[in-house]
Design a protein around this ligand. Structure first.
Ligand SMILES: Cc1cc2nc3c(=O)[nH]c(=O)nc-3n(C[C@H](O)[C@H](O)[C@H](O)COP(=O)(O)OP(=O)(O)OC[C@H]3O[C@@H](n4cnc5c(N)ncnc54)[C@H](O)[C@@H]3O)c2cc1C
Ligand code: FES
Length: 382
C-alpha cells in the first residue's frame, strides 16, 4: 500500500512506534508475519480433503461414513455442529450439510450418518456410489446447534426425528467419553423401531449411565410411547420443563408440529434450540405462498454478467443456479449462515418463515439463495 495512504490510517503512529520498540529490545516481530492467517486456516479451512475410511450400515436406509483427513488434521468442533459435503454429481457441483455424528474427542475423523431421501440427489449418491477409499471434499465444522453452559441448563431434553438424531449421537457420546454433569433425555420420534438410528448404542448407554434416559416414540409397532411426540408425552417423561433446555432436530414438518405442542409448556425462547434440516419440501403449502403460483409456473432468472435461464416455481434459487452450472458458495442450505447471499436487483422471491436475514441484507436487497423461491422473473447479481 502507498506509504502516504498508510500514514492516514488510524493507529498507524502507534504501530510504527511499537515496531521501533520491539526492534530496540531485540524481538524480531517479522516472525509473527502470517501467523494469524496460518491459525485461521488451520482451525477454519475453506475446505478439507478427506478419504472415506469406513462405512457402517446403521439401518436399511442409513449408513455412517467415516471421513479422515488427507492432510492428517481435522479441525476441532463442538458436538452438534455439521460439515458441508461438496460433490459433483452428473456435472452439477453442489453441497449438502450433514451433522457430525462422532464425538469431538475422537480427533482423527468425522463420522457423518446419511439417511436415504426418496429421489434425493446427494443422499442416494453418498449411499450408493461412495466406497471405502474414495475421496471427498468437506467444509470446516459449522453451525451453532450446541450446548453453551453459560446460556443453557445442565438439564437438557433432546428431541429428534428421523436422521435428526445424528447431532445428539455426537453430544451423548461426548458425554459418555469425557464425563458430564448434565442430565439428558433423548426423545426420538421414528416411523418404527427398525428405522431408529443408533438404537443399540442409546439403549446400552441408558442402561449403564443414570445421567441418560432414552425414549423412542414410534408411529407404528410396539413400544411404550406411540404416535407423534406430543406435549403430554414430553410432560410425562421430563416432568417440570421450566428448568430445562430443549434441543430439537429433525425434518421441517416436525418443527411445525412440535412448536405447537410446546406452546402450552410456556418455555422461554432461550429454552428452545432448533437445528433446521433444510427448507420446506413443499413450499406451496407454506403460509404466505401466493396461491396463483403452481408447479407449472415458470420464471426467467437473469444472472447479471453470466446468463439467463428458466426455472419452475417451487425450486430454491440456489438449486436452479447450480443446475445451470453457476456455483455459489453454500454451507447450511437452510437460510441460516448467509454464505449463499446474492443481490436481488429486480423481481420477487418467497422466503419461508424462519429465514434469518440480517437487517442490512434486507435493506440492501440481499437474499439467501438457498431459501429463496422465485415468484416472478428476477434479476440477480452474484
Ligand atoms: C444442518 C443440517 C444437518 C443435516 N444433517 C443430516 C444428517 O446428519 N443426516 C442426514 O441424512 N441428513 C442431514 N441433513 C439433510 C441433508 O443435508 C440433505 O438435505 C438430505 O440428505 C437430502 O439431500 P438430497 O440431495 O438427497 O435431497 P435433494 O435432492 O436435495 O431433495 C430431494 C427432495 O427431498 C426433500 N428433502 C430434502 N431433505 C429431506 C429430508 N431430510 N427429509 C425429507 N425430505 C427431504 C427436498 O425438499 C426435495 O423435495 C442435514 C441438513 C442440515 C441443514
Ligand atoms: S447456505 Fe447458509 S444461508 Fe444459504
Amino acid at each position: 500500500m502507498d506509504s502516504q495512504i498508510l500514514r492516514q490510517l488510524e493507529g498507524y503512529e502507534k504501530v510504527t512506534t511499537d515496531i521501533e520498540v520491539l526492534k530496540r529490545y531485540g524481538y524480531d516481530y517479522r516472525l509473527e508475519r502470517g501467523l494469524a492467517k496460518k491459525y485461521v486456516e488451520r482451525f477454519h479451512p475453506h475446505a478439507i480433503d478427506v478419504k472415506v475410511t469406513d462405512i457402517i450400515n446403521e439401518t436399511n436406509s442409513t449408513k455412517t461414513l467415516r471421513l479422515a483427513s488427507k492432510q492428517k488434521y481435522m479441525p476441532p468442533f463442538q458436538a452438534g455442529q455439521y460439515i458441508s459435503v461438496i460433490v459433483e454429481v452428473d456435472g452439477i457441483r453442489t453441497s449438502r450439510p450433514y451433522s457430525i455424528s462422532s464425538s469431538p474427542d475422537e480427533i482423527a475423523y468425522y463420522d457423518i450418518t446419511v439417511r436415504r431421501v426418496e429421489g434425493g440427489m446427494i443422499s442416494n449418491y453418498l449411499l450408493d456410489s461412495i466406497k471405502i477409499g474414495d475421496s471427498l471434499q468437506v467444509s470446516a465444522p459449522a453451525g451453532n446447534f450446541y450446548h453453551n453452559p453459560i446460556i443453557h441448563s445442565n438439564k437438557v431434553v433432546y428431541i429428534a426425528g428421523g436422521s435428526g438424531v445424528t447431532p445428539f449421537k455426537s453430544m451423548i457420546q461426548h458425554a459418555v467419553n469425557t464425563g458430564t454433569e448434565k442430565e439428558i433425555w433423548l426423545i426420538y420420534g421414528s416411523k418404527n423401531d427398525s428405522e431408529l438410528i443408533f438404537n443399540d448404542y442409546f439403549s446400552k448407554v441408558a442402561s449403564k449411565y443414570t445421567f441418560f434416559r432414552y425414549i423412542p416414540v414410534l408411529e407404528e409397532g410396539a413400544g411404550t410411547y406411540k404416535g407423534f411426540i406430543t406435549k403430554d408425552i414430553i410432560k410425562e417423561i421430563v416432568g417440570d420443563s421450566s428448568d430445562k433446555t430443549f434441543f430439537i432436530c429433525g425434518p421441517q414438518a416436525m418443527y411445525e408440529h412440535l412448536l405447537k405442542e410446546l406452546q402450552p409448556l410456556k418455555l422461554k425462547p432461550r429454552q428452545i434450540r432448533m437445528e433446521s434440516y433444510g427448507v420446506p419440501a413443499d413450499v406451496f403449502s407454506q403460509p404466505g405462498w401466493p396461491k396463483e403460483i403452481s408447479q407449472n409456473t415458470r420464471f426467467v432468472i437473469k444472472v447479471r454478467g453470466k446468463k439467463d435461464f428458466t426455472v419452475t416455481a417451487g425450486q430454491p434459487l440456489l438449486q436452479s443456479l447450480e443446475k445451470n452450472h453457476i456455483v455459489v458458495p453454500s454451507l447450511c442450505r437452510s437460510g441460516e449462515c448467509s454464505m449463499c447471499r446474492v443481490k436481488l436487483v429486480s423481481g420477487k422471491v418467497y422466503q419461508p418463515e424462519g429465514v434469518k436475514l440480517r437487517q442490512a441484507d434486507r435493506r440492501f436487497g440481499y437474499i439467501h439463495s438457498c431459501a429463496a423461491f422465485p415468484i416472478s422473473d428476477c434479476e440477480i447479481i452474484i
